[in-house]
Design a protein around this ligand. Structure first.
Ligand code: ADP
Length: 497
């Protein structure tokens, strides 16, 4: 048996897992770290907190498993995407905190870019819409606002990296300064067609080229870790969290699609070697591949997925736990004509209506809390349906099954209802850790533990999954979709006056 260690550096916690070459998880560890909110809408992390949490989970999984660095054949890294760090090339000292993907501090600047007509050029090169979410404007903010930073950057003294780059740089004492296609694709500085940093965008965002890491495929020998408990282990796989999950779910072919049911929902569809332009506001980005050749992905997100269940629990207080939503929903035979549109922060793809507000329709004297709970779970599936249909339209690919993971995928009612409205199989992997598994598979490929995607598919099958098959009556399904569409129309006119 050979072992792979995967580090999953997320937004609120860092996790590490050790996998055997048979795909089974030997053990895992998780550490939360502080979130910093300096002003409304601003989100930061202290780089040292990220590093410390990574060191701690690495040591913990090695201790738990009784393995040491010499037993680990390769390491993989997956990370929260877009989060931006800038540090000194010589000392490693960060010039500012990490600006987290959620941070809205550059939103006005992005609006100006759109108003000045840059959207199409940016989309044509990067597949992204100008938004504060992506790294480019966060780097610009640091260089413009931290005293002396721009001069230092222009003298070639500073490095920029997303979290993968920063972790590798620290773990190799500055020897590895690199990132992978999937992370580079989320910076808004990387041309996803030529696979190069884009000179015109670097000028637009005023970012010196000397700050940028080298970009490699996700399955690649990045170099050796030279400090800490993993000294001597090679990093052989890197991918942003959503792309790692797509790979971890075995979505290797064009048309393969996964959804992660977390706080929000993230749908990614592999579109093969061709980038697909979206007519529905989905972004086009790069995925991970075994071959190292570019693999393109369509991505769409739903703002409120599991968050809607949190609202039932913490806002309405009509369930004690997220899990209790399943029993409650099953207590009623149908939604009783009640629809909930979870537009708590507006509606994303394919509606893109920031002024829509969450709405419950169809309430009668017969409506009970269980109907509302059921409608809330159904709303997650309807929103995923909306995005999946947009992806089918944009890509011309017919979805055959939806791979599911994330916290809320534990809900059997939700999974069955998803299969029914989509009229496709929904496959929930036994392990919901597809993100770290994706990083481990990539590291296993580049280190020669695995020879092909085919071999990985075989391993995945041996781990088991539960399939939810569509079983709804077609007339009933169309009635539900008509009810949903009518409710969405109401949510879009229900702005707060
Ligand atoms: P994230 O990675 O975004 O923090 P997770 O994948 O850990 O999210 O999933 C947590 C979300 O899933 C929460 O919003 C929670 O309300 C929801 N959730 C967890 N278990 C269930 C369940 N059994 N049924 C419905 N929702 C659930």
């Amino acid at each position: 048996m050979e072992y792979i260690l995967a580090i999953d550096q997320g937004t609120t916690s860092t996790r590490a897992f050790i996998y055997g070459s048979d795909g089974a998880c030997v053990c895992g560890a998780r550490r939360e770290f502080p979130q910093i909110y300096p002003r409304p809408g601003w989100v930061e992390h202290v780089p040292e907190d990220i590093m410390r949490s990574a060191d701690e989970v690495i040591s913990e999984v090695l201790n738990k498993s009784g393995l040491n660095a010499g037993d680990i054949a390769a390491a993989g890294i997956t990370n929260q995407r877009e989060t931006t760090l800038v540090w000194d090339k010589k000392t490693g000292e960060p010039v500012y905190n990490a600006i987290v993907w959620q941070c809205r501090r550059t939103a006005d600047y992005c609006k100006r870019l759109a108003a000045e007509g840059f959207s199409e050029r940016i989309y044509n090169k990067t597949g992204l819409v100008p938004d504060a979410y992506f790294s480019a404007t966060k780097i610009k903010w640091i260089l413009d606002n931290v005293q002396g930073a721009r001069e230092r950057a222009e003298r070639g003294e500073l490095c920029f990296g997303t979290v993968d780059t920063y972790l590798m740089w620290r773990l190799s004492a500055g020897k590895i300064f690199a990132t992978d296609y999937t992370n580079a694709a989320r910076t808004m500085l990387f041309n996803i067609h030529t696979l190069e940093w884009d000179g015109e965008l670097l000028r637009l965002f005023d970012v010196p080229r000397s700050m940028l890491p080298e970009v490699f495929p996700s399955a690649h020998g990045y170099g050796e870790i030279s400090v800490g408990a993993l000294k001597g282990v090679r990093v052989c796989g890197v991918a942003g969290d959503q792309q790692a999950a797509l790979f971890g779910q075995g979505c290797f072919k064009a048309g393969d699609i996964k959804n992660t049911y977390g706080t929000g929902c993230f749908l990614l569809m592999n579109t093969g070697d061709k980038p697909v332009k979206s007519a529905n506001g989905l972004v086009t980005t790069l995925g991970a591949s075994a071959s190292g050749k570019p693999c393109y992905v369509l991505e769409g997100s739903v703002f409120s997925g599991g968050a809607t269940v949190q609202w039932l629990r913490d806002g309405l207080k009509i369930i004690k736990s997220a899990k209790a939503s399943e029993t409650a929903a099953k207590k009623v035979k149908d939604n009783g004509g009640v629809y909930l549109v979870p537009a708590f922060t507006g509606l994303g793809a394919p509606y893109w209506d920031s002024s829509a507000r969450a709405t419950v329709t169809g309430i009668t004297r017969g409506t009970t809390a269980n109907h509302i709970i059921r409608a809330a779970l159904e709303s997650i599936a309807f929103r995923v349906y909306d995005v999946a249909v947009a992806m089918e339209r944009d890509s011309g690919c017919t979805i055959s099954r939806l791979a599911a993971d994330g916290g809320a995928s534990a809900n059997n009612f939700l999974m069955q209802f998803q299969a029914d409205v989509l009229k496709k199989e929904v496959a929930r992997a036994r392990s919901t850790e597809s993100t770290s598994m994706g990083a481990a598979y990539l590291a296993g490929l580049a280190s020669g533990i695995y020879s092909s995607e085919k071999e990985i598919s075989k391993i995945r099958r041996s781990l088991g999954e539960r399939i939810f098959r569509p079983s709804a009556d077609e007339e009933e399904r169309l009635k539900l979709l008509a009810g949903w569409n009518a409710a969405v129309a109401k949510a879009r006119t229900s702005q707060i006056l």
